[in-house]
Design a protein around this ligand. Structure first.
Ligand SMILES: *Cc1c(COP(=O)(O)O)cnc(C)c1O
Length: 347
């Protein structure tokens, strides 16, 4: 008789409600499509792309373009179907039965799933009550579990908060585990741990095109690390895993990434405007965010969720998740969408 692999019965499918909200502020996507000038270039390139051919085996063009952007070599870069694919591959490559993967909690909910898929033990380490990280506590947990990987999300999803770079370096310097810094929201923040790659051998940085670069539809992300780690993870990624349409699109978008500066400025202005209004409401706390979303806590979160959904606004409800009691995450939308949010909650 066939039965699922050992351990899978305890894994719940990743489920976010698939409601087509008229206002979609539940997935931290960029609220606007690619800038028209970029989209035209993408379409021109796709028009002449040979659809009958497999993509480049090792995505060398995009890897070289990204490497040049960081003063690294193509051998320091991995690309995947979203950074999700690379993070999962990393856990497969370095995890496995009997190994532990440590990460702060609350953080990106997929980390526990990657660990599980890799047959590894998840070791979530609770953040402080104000969602700052106690680095010594994390290091002690990593040591005790003999962790092979430590996953840090900076800025952190879903809190929106940042770890100082000195704290990340303190962790990297204080452990032999591979420290992965997931910088999915880097472009909204500006600071990066990339320079640690020049000083330490146990670091990897994950980035994605899905958030700031308006490319969630294409599924593309990348990892920067030393050549040996990249080669090891590369064994787990299947050849041709990123399709040629996506590779071509990502290369154009990366080359024209300065076109997103205006949108990023709007995002931060809108985020602060929303935070000011929301935090002035009775019983509401808004956490400081360096991203394109806000974590909002309310003594009466159910009422807030009801007001938003009544107006067709979808948000991510974390109110029953561990460490996130009474919290929701609202992505920053277009100015009109944000206005609708503020009207709904202040009505
Ligand atoms: C969105 C997100 C990702 C990855 O997204 P992909 O679309 O798979 O590139 C990774 N980490 C965090 C924390 C995210 O929020």
């Amino acid at each position: 008789m066939f039965a699922p692999r050992c351990g899978l019965e305890s894994l719940k499918p990743y489920s976010v409600e698939e409601i087509q909200w008229p206002v979609r502020l539940d997935a931290n996507e960029n609220p606007t499509d690619l800038p028209p000038a970029i989209k035209t270039k993408v379409m021109e390139k796709l028009a002449v792309l040979p659809f009958n051919r497999y993509p480049e085996m090792s995505a060398i063009s995009l890897k070289s373009t990204l490497a040049a952007g960081f003063g690294l070599k193509a051998a320091n870069v991995l690309v995947g179907n979203g950074s999700s694919e690379i993070l999962e591959a990393l856990c497969h490559a370095f995890g496995g039965a009997g190994r532990s993967i440590v990460y702060p909690s609350p953080s990106f909910s997929m980390y526990g799933i990657y660990a599980k898929l890799a047959d590894s033990q998840s070791v979530p380490v609770a953040l402080n009550a104000d969602y700052t990280l106690d680095a010594d506590k994390l290091l002690a947990a990593a040591k005790e579990a003999a962790a092979v990987v430590i996953l840090l999300c900076n800025p952190n999803n879903p809190t929106g908060m940042v770890m100082p770079l000195e704290q990340i370096e303190y962790i990297v310097a204080g452990t032999n585990s591979l420290v992965v810094v997931d910088e999915a929201y880097h472009e909204f923040y500006g600071k990066t741990a990339v320079n640690l790659l020049r000083k330490y051998q146990n670091v990897a940085i994950a980035r994605t095109f899905s958030k700031a670069y308006s490319l969630a539809a294409a599924r593309v992300g990348y990892l920067l690390t030393n050549e040996e780690i990249a080669r090891t993870i590369g064994k787990v990624l299947l050849p041709y895993s990123v399709n040629a349409l996506t590779l071509a699109t990502a290369e154009i978008v990366y080359g024209l990434r300065q076109e997103f500066a205006g949108g990023l400025a709007v995002n931060s202005r809108e985020r602060e405007r929303m935070a000011a209004v929301l935090s002035a409401l009775d019983g509401v706390t808004v956490y400081p965010s360096q991203t394109n979303f806000l974590l909002v806590k309310s003594e009466n979160i159910a009422a807030m969720v009801a007001k938003l959904s009544a107006r067709g606004i979808g948000i991510r409800d974390f109110s029953t998740a561990p460490g996130l009691t009474n919290c929701i995450r609202i992505s920053v939308g277009t100015p009109e969408e944000n206005k609708a949010v503020l009207e709904a909650v202040t009505a």
